[in-house]
Write a new protein. Structure first.
Length: 159
């Protein structure tokens, strides 16, 4: 499993930008989103959902705490994902969980978690992450790479 430190550094840089951003920029629309704050909130929700899947936990609602909290929400979600990736350990570098129990995460409907024990097969993603589709298997290295790409894309979108 690659070291997740670049992910925490990337989300911290973007979160700091949002913490310092004036209200007019936070609330200004960007392509595909009503505002920069909603773009970062969408990224935070994705990172949080993937972290929960890596931990073998059910998806749950991720609140919108408002435009001024967007940076903090991103930082928390990014650090949660980095911790979940680090917990996989080197033995699970290409095995981030079991492929069972994908189900519909939006409604919290199935009893499966999308993951078995830490030594199982790839995790089933509850949401798309870059080129990794929802419901498809992904290993820890692929999740880390796509999470970094998603943070970079959001940073560029919200520049």
């Amino acid at each position: 499993m690659p070291e997740p430190t670049p992910l925490t550094e990337a989300v911290d840089r973007l979160a700091d930008r949002f913490r310092a951003m004036p209200q007019s920029r936070l609330l200004a629309a960007v392509p595909g989103h009503a505002s920069r704050a909603t773009a970062v909130l969408a990224l935070a929700r994705t990172l949080a959902a993937v972290a929960l899947a890596l931990e073998g936990r059910q998806a749950r609602p991720f609140p919108d705490a408002g435009a001024f909290a967007a940076g903090d929400q991103l930082a928390v979600a990014g650090h949660d994902l980095a911790a979940a990736l680090a917990a996989l350990g080197p033995a699970a570098g290409a095995a981030a969980g079991s492929a069972g129990g994908g189900g519909d995460s939006a409604g919290g409907g199935g009893s499966g978690s999308g993951r078995g024990d830490r030594e199982g097969g790839p995790v089933v993603l509850p949401v798309p992450l870059g080129s990794l589709p929802a419901g498809g298997p992904a290993d820890g290295a692929a999740v880390l790479a796509e999470a970094l790409a998603a943070v970079a894309a959001t940073a560029e979108l919200c520049a």
